[in-house]
Design a protein around this ligand. Structure first.
Ligand code: NAG
Ligand code: NAG
Length: 142
């Protein structure tokens, strides 16, 4: 990934995290709950609660673990289209269903292009979240 694209993803993820956390999608209790399930360090959890984006490899792995718990990833780490659709519907109830479908279809197809060695990385989860954020903005729901 080139630097500019990386920066855009990073920026998008910051906004996404702020949106998720500030709008109460994840309460501090949920962060603690999922964090414990995901073996997060106290430091990672603190970063999440301060609405910052984990930039460390461990932080990205925590995010991967958390979105897996939300059912967005299959056990092999690939994008679960049904699970992501359900999670988006649940967490972004104000998004029209047709837009949720468009976002899900686009990001599923993007994610399907990744090779198995990429899917195995925590950065893959980071890019899935970034895709959702970018598409949501493109469609004007975020
Ligand atoms: C968390 O740690 C426990 C105990 O060491 C281990 O059994 C479990 O598989 C770990 N979970 C994750 C998601 O890494
Ligand atoms: C994907 O998520 C759906 C809905 O949560 C679940 O029923 C299904 O078993 C998951 N698929 C895989 C391959 O894990």
């Amino acid at each position: 990934m080139d630097l500019v694209k990386g920066k855009q993803l990073f920026y998008s993820l910051i906004l996404l995290s702020i949106t998720i956390l500030v709008c109460g999608r994840f309460t501090p209790e949920q962060i603690d709950f999922y964090g414990k399930e995901c073996n997060a360090s106290q430091e990672d959890l603190q970063i999440a609660k301060e609405y910052k984006v984990p930039t460390s490899e461990l932080g990205k792995c925590l995010m991967k673990c958390m979105i897996s718990k939300l059912g967005m990833l299959n056990s092999d780490g690939t994008y679960n289209k049904t699970g992501t659709f359900e999670a988006l519907k649940q967490y972004w109830q104000e998004w029209p269903i047709d837009k949720v479908e468009l976002i899900n279809n686009k990001c599923h197809s993007e994610a399907s292009k990744a090779s198995p060695d990429v899917i195995a990385t925590c950065n893959y989860a980071f890019e899935v979240m970034a895709c959702i954020n970018i598409e949501a903005k493109t469609l004007g729901v975020l």
